[in-house]
Write a protein that binds this ligand. Sequence first.
Ligand code: KIV
Length: 271
Amino acid sequence: MSTKSEKKLITLSTINKLKKEGEKFTCLTAYESTMASVISKSGVDIILVGDSLGMVIQGHDSTLPVTMDQLIYHLECVVRGNNGSHVMADMPFMSYATDDLGLENAKRLMQAGANSVKIEGGEWISKMAQALSDRGIPVCAHMGLTPQTINRLGGHNVQGRDPSQKEKIINEAISLEKAGAAMLLLECVPEDLAKEVTNELKIPVIGIGAGVHTDGQIMVVHDMLGISCLDNPPKFVKNFMEESSSIEHAIVNFVKDVKDLKFPSEEHTFK
Ligand code: KIV
């Protein structure tokens, strides 16, 4: 049994160093203690307590119904099982709709054991990113396909395909970095756009459905274990259980494939 002192702690500095040295880092979602323990012991750098829990745990068809209290409950479970990974917590739909709400809710997540928080949006979240960062809370800005705005986006479509949308994403990413965002997450964007943003920014860029060039890769843990509740999992999903003998083995293979640039491959990438 490992003790606290034996834990290898992954901090923001660790992630920044990996970007600088050109080594890929890995992230998986978790919502409870046992899975968090397995994930962190398998060498995953960041655990995201994602509001995807609304879909994969609660059975909703979007992330919108997830509340702060529910997110905190799952975050506390994950923190208890974690063995040194960086824990990022999602701020649920409308929990950062105003400055005061955002500050108060981010405080609750950090006090429940998060090491950083993730908020969705472009230019409009710059002020929030700056306010949180000024108060010592690392922020990951989630851009591209942002599930909390699914009703406005009109579906789970690839973002940034047309030139004006592409330019907007690049400019917004730059202004979020300037505002103090500590990390950026790009979901469902073409590979060349993700590459451009990753090269442009000094902060680490995490991708999901964004090709192989981002600094890190994230997957929803259920997806990579092949237990997606969707009939047709998205193109960027790979079932790592197909070539693995156990959950631990699948997660270790995910880490290895990301580090070796084998995942995501062409078949998981939007051009
Ligand atoms: O909530 C979540 O799990 C996420 C990932 C899909 C990136 O935001």
